[in-house]
Design a protein around this ligand. Structure first.
Ligand code: 10D
Ligand code: SF4
Length: 314
């Protein structure tokens, strides 16, 4: 069998930074380190950080007052920040700067009383955080998940309207939703820079190229990882059977009957060592020959949160 790896795949700059933040804070702080929500949606990453001492919680009411706490890469609402202040928590904010960029657009709209349509998945923590940037007595933020939601939508003032999106959506599906919004609200303002981030876009382009070359695709990523699910869907939409796996132990060898080529990629929150484990498994089981597609080189990096930089100098 042939195994072809997608490129780019795996960790994006926001995830690398968030994991780095947790590791550095664990080394720096003498007190227990709480993390609000899985810092990134990956079981292996979370288990590894738990082993190193991080205490993961769903909400801040599980965190004692005056503690040290990290916000996950997906970001938090303004009300979560207020609770953190009331509880006198020391916060290291691992929100990806590209999520913060979307937060700022939404805050600006809120301050100006411009209504906002957010495209995203209901209940996802990034969406909760972004919705929670909008607080205006007279104007609203609306969440739409698909074109049907756009058709049902009723805004107060179609002449003063913007849209924003979750950063990890399907580029193609979102284009369809944006098209429907523009048809219904011709004056809707477009974000200055795309909200779907570079890493999402690149990994989706890479899996599209990969799906043309293979007859089964494995996506390494956890079930709650939005961007990883989008990769699996994209491969399926290209007509290739695709599976989302946490690691090599999820592989069922019956998937490979009559298959001669297998593509492997990883979501933005899945570490490369899990991909390499999958590759070794395929090599050992099917005597597979390994190659990798060419892809765009990613050179994006983000600075550490200010408080962490300050405290590391002390
Ligand atoms: O579910 P998801 O794709 O938004 O998050 P995950 O933690 O899997 O990947 C990193 C993406 C982030 C933090 C959202 F920008
Ligand atoms: Fe940031 Fe994009 Fe990675 Fe999300 S997927 S953490 S927005 S770089």
């Amino acid at each position: 069998m042939k195994v072809i790896l997608a490129n780019p795949r795996g960790f994006c700059a926001g995830v690398s930074r968030a994991v780095d933040v947790v590791e550095r804070v664990l080394n720096l702080e003498k007190h227990p380190v709480y993390v609000r929500h899985e810092v990134v949606h990956n079981r292996a990453v979370v288990n590894d950080l738990k082993q190193k001492g991080a205490i993961f919680v769903k909400e801040l009411d599980e965190v004692p007052d005056h503690s040290v706490c990290i916000f996950s890469a997906h970001g938090v609402s303004q009300s979560v920040k207020e609770i953190a202040k009331e509880k006198n928590l020391t916060i290291y904010d691992a929100t990806c700067p590209l999520v913060t960029k979307v937060h700022k657009e939404v805050q600006k709209a809120s301050n100006e009383g411009v209504e906002c349509v957010l495209i995203g998945h209901k209940g996802h923590p990034e969406v909760e955080g972004t919705l929670g940037q909008y607080h205006n007595q007279y104007a609203k933020i609306y969440l739409v998940e698909n074109v049907a939601d756009v058709q049902k939508l009723q805004v107060n003032d179609p002449s003063r309207l913007i849209y924003a999106t979750q950063t990890t959506l399907s580029v193609d599906e979102t284009a369809g939703i944006v098209h429907a919004l523009k048809q219904k609200y011709p004056k809707i303002a477009v974000p200055k820079k795309e909200d779907i981030c570079y890493a999402t876009q690149n990994r989706q382009n890479a899996i599209k190229a990969l799906a043309k070359e293979v007859d089964i695709v494995l996506v390494v990523g956890s079930k709650n990882s939005s961007n990883s699910n989008r990769l699996r869907e994209l491969a399926e939409n290209s007509g290739v059977k695709s599976y989302l796996i946490d690691d090599k132990d999820d592989i069922d060898t019956s998937w490979f009957v009559d298959k001669v080529s297998c593509g492997v990629t990883a979501g933005a929150s899945a570490p490369e060592y899990l991909v390499q484990d999958v590759v070794s498994f395929l090599q050992n089981t099917f005597n597979a020959e390994i190659s990798e597609l060419e892809g765009v080189k990613e050179e994006v990096t983000f600075p550490l949160p200010r408080l962490l930089k300050q405290r590391q100098k002390m």
